[in-house]
Each structure stands twice: as C-alpha cells, then as structure tokens.
Design a protein. Sequence first.
Length: 90
Amino acid sequence: MNHIYDLDGIIITLGGLLLLTPVIIVGLRQLGKTQRAKAVLAREQEYRRLTEMALTTQELLDQRLTEISAQLGDMRARVESMERTLKDVE
C-alpha cells in the first residue's frame, strides 16, 4: 500500500506541473509582449522628441535666414547708394 501513496503523489505532482506549465508559458508571453510594447513606446517618444527638436531648429534657422536676408537687403541698398554717389562724383 505504501507504493500506492507514492504513485498518487507522483500523479498529483505531474498533474500540478501540467496545469502550471500553461500558466507559466502565458505569463512569460505576456511579459514579453509588455516589454516589447514598452520598447515601442520609448522609441516613439524618442522619435517625437527628435521631431520637436528638428522643428525648433528649423524655426530658428528660418528666423536667422530672415534676419540675414534683411541685412543683405540693407547692404544692397547701401552699395547702390554708394554707386550712385560715385557716378555723380565722376
């Protein structure tokens, strides 16, 4: 009779393992999916941050280009004025 209890214990242990194995597998898969989702979210946030930096940089460059264009227009007007003055002197 002692062998029957050992056999029952083995059957219960194997049954428990068979029931726990799918739970462990599903848990590990869910953990993997969660980690991948976090990685995707982090990558998207980094892309968003880089896009915002690029837009800010573009706006600053546009402002600077506008300033340079105004300065160039002013210099062009001064050069034309000097040319007229030099022609008048000749």
